[in-house]
Design a protein around this ligand. Structure first.
Ligand SMILES: [Fe+2]
Length: 418
């Protein structure tokens, strides 16, 4: 029993350490100066203490445990150790219960008005897993997740604006995936979104860059198509990729540029960041997402780890990818690979960040390392933005959309531009 508990704790601690080390020391992102101590304490509590105790108890032939159970006065060190072990197991048990509770009763973030998930028909890729396990493979089982969300600060003039959020295509490597990628682009085109955002990880290898540029240029939002770069783009060749995209209609926001939609005297601001892979470890979010006029700001960031700081400084909506929904998800255990300093928290979905910000993390289209998804379906997100609810006289509450007279809506689409 005790060695088994130690093994489980060891596994949990190693996953935690991997995520911590990967983010802090390889990616160079950190929340605050005391974070490393948390990882150290976690490691000691989860591994070092129970491992030492297990080895010691086994060496003693479980004698101290039997002795502790007789509940004689505290004279033997084994009893104290047994109590400590009990507390550690209880601590781990409580964590496990919280972990299950989060999965069985996922939090529905305030701001989510409705959600609809539908199947998308795209050419499938050749399975990687052997025949007996193929039911688990979801590499090309594309879904469209439609979310209607109330966005803080959104002017009624933009109520109903749609954003198709496409992330982590990871173009290339497996050639037969190109049919699947073409299918993805057709599905996005069919959504007829006002804005298309591409949140990075376009390509994995240098030889695929030209084809990747050509492929991504096929995404065209009715008003605009914006993008930021991901870690794989920087590891491949971000400069070449960006130069290629500059010759298309795609607009890079990763350097903090702003694209502003104007309508009926109000503004909706789109901006972005490539941090931390562009070398900026701590972006100046106060400048990046400032809301001088109180208008809503949408931030594109490949990693969702930038979202809490962005929301604290005024971002109304952050659009991210990077975590792939875990990419490999096991039954009960859930997401296995989440390269985030927040662990599993932002694996994929819609989240509340800061006081009134929202974060949409797309599970993405493709897959990195191994090009396989297990029990983790790729997705395109279609977001419909809604202005927050406005209270009116006589105790009635109506949405901002209803306040607009039909004549004010009619013919305004053409005015919308930047
Ligand atoms: Fe990715």
């Amino acid at each position: 029993m005790l060695p088994a508990v130690t093994l489980v704790m060891l596994l949990a601690a190693l996953v935690h350490l991997f995520v911590a080390v990967y983010n802090r020391y390889l990616l160079g992102i950190t929340d605050s100066w005391w974070k490393p101590w948390i990882h150290l304490v976690w490691f000691v509590v989860s591994v070092a203490a129970p491992a030492t105790a297990t080895i010691w108890l086994l060496g003693e032939g479980m004698g101290p445990v039997r002795e502790a159970l007789t509940w004689s006065p505290f004279t033997h060190a084994g009893k104290a150790l047994f109590v400590v072990m009990g507390l550690l197991i209880a601590f781990f048990g409580v964590r496990l219960l919280i972990w299950f509770e989060e999965r069985v009763f996922p939090e529905r973030p305030t701001g989510l008005i409705s959600e609809r998930v539908s199947e998308a028909v795209v050419p499938s890729v050749t399975p990687t897993l052997p025949r007996g396990l193929r039911r688990l493979e979801t590499t090309s089982d594309l879904l469209v997740t439609e979310r209607e969300i109330a966005v803080a600060g959104l002017a009624p003039a933009f109520d109903g604006l749609t954003i198709a959020h496409v992330a982590d295509i990871h173009f290339g490597q497996r050639l037969e995936m190109e049919n699947y990628f073409d299918g993805v682009r057709n599905v996005v085109a069919g959504l007829d979104a006002d804005i298309i955002v591409l949140t990075g990880d376009f390509v994995d290898t240098r030889r695929d860059i030209s084809r990747a540029i050509e492929y991504h240029a096929g995404f065209r939002g009715r008003i605009g198509t914006f993008y930021v770069m991901g870690n794989h783009d920087y590891w491949t060749n971000a400069k070449r990729l960006r130069e290629g995209f500059e010759r298309t209609h795609l607009r890079w926001l990763g350097g903090g540029d702003r694209r502003i939609l104007k309508r009926m005297g109000r503004r909706l601001i789109f901006t972005g960041t490539d941090a931390p892979w562009d070398g900026v470890w701590r972006p100046d979010f106060r400048r990046l997402v400032r809301r001088e006029t109180g208008d809503a700001v949408v931030l594109l960031s490949h990693t969702p780890d930038n979202a809490p700081a962005a929301a604290r400084n005024g971002a109304s909506l952050v659009l991210s990818g990077h975590n792939h929904g875990g990419q490999i998800c096991l039954p009960v255990l859930g997401p296995m690979i989440v390269p985030s300093r927040y662990g599993l928290r932002y694996a994929g979905g819609l989240y509340r960040v800061g006081a009134d910000g929202l974060l949409n993390v797309s599970r993405g289209i493709g897959a990195s390392s191994g090009k396989i998804r297990v029990l983790c379906r790729p997705e395109i997100c279609l977001l419909t933005l809604r202005a927050p609810v406005v209270p009116v006289m006589a105790g009635r509450v109506i949405t901002a959309r209803a306040i607009l007279k039909p004549t004010e809506n009619a013919g305004e689409e053409g005015v919308m531009g930047y």
